[in-house]
Design a protein around this ligand. Sequence first.
Ligand SMILES: [Zn+2]
Ligand SMILES: [Zn+2]
Length: 333
Amino acid sequence: MRMTVLASGSKGNATVVASERTRVLVDAGLSCRELLRRMALANEDPTALDAILITHEHSDHVSGLSVLARKLHIPVYFTEPTHRAWVRQMTPHTTMTYAKWLERVQKEKEARAELAAESSATEMNAPSVSASSLRVGGGATELDLAAAAEPEPDETTAIKRDPTFLPAVEYFQPGTSFSIGDLTVAPFTTPHDAADPCGFVFHSAAESIRMAIATDLGYIPPNVKAALKRIDCLLLESNHDLEMLKDGPYPWAVKQRVLSRVGHLSNDATAQFLARDYDGAAAYIVLGHLSEANNAPELAQLAAEQALSERGSLIGNRVLLAQQSDPLTPICL
Ligand SMILES: [Zn+2]
Ligand SMILES: [Zn+2]
């Protein structure tokens, strides 16, 4: 298996996880252009990606999502509340009831089916006539496109212009594993101030290697401790140094948010986990989501290494630092 951290931090997150036959991108928090540039730098072929998985809807995890998913024509995996929050965030002037939301999702499904039918009809060089109702948009701006028997080119454009339109959407639930190709994904709930945030454990049966991504956590609750057992490569948050945060430039309210149980993990909290709860199984521990304003890479690394050395498990564990500005060399196990 392989993990390639393309970016990590509050300005953007994205990581490629690959098994023998399956390749997924976890989060798309940089512009599409920048994500493609970083994949090229790290020798990751974007056209080989099978899916995009989203941990939560904060902009540092989704900013390039719709453009990239459409460009690559690949499905996006969300929890339903995260998808809903993302749609709301992309259409900020709409207040949406749950009924409205369901209606919208149904329409998008129809629109996708319609697009797929059109493109296969075009491929077959057959005249494409549609009888079913195709609607895009929401609320009062609803546009009924069913009237036209011959699809106009701008029908497709209208759907594509909707910033929340994705080639395909798949829902998963934290606590319930699912498969993409030969990759098994076990999502787990994380404590963070988003709609339905989660982390992921990945494994492929063939390789018996397990990789995990756990960033954006206010603290490490028992379900996360349990999920992070027997992991060979662990991307773990080490967001801030407590002193730097307290003395740093952030307004008081933001400091409170970061420090809260739905904020981010401090170097100390990460070190405490490594010293007390971690099972020492990982060949690589990648410290991620480091704050540029409230942390120093040396401090994060020192805290983690000290915690591991106290337990004598430093020898078997290599500690790496994920970067905000450059991709890490792919980790292959
Ligand atoms: Zn984040
Ligand atoms: Zn977040």
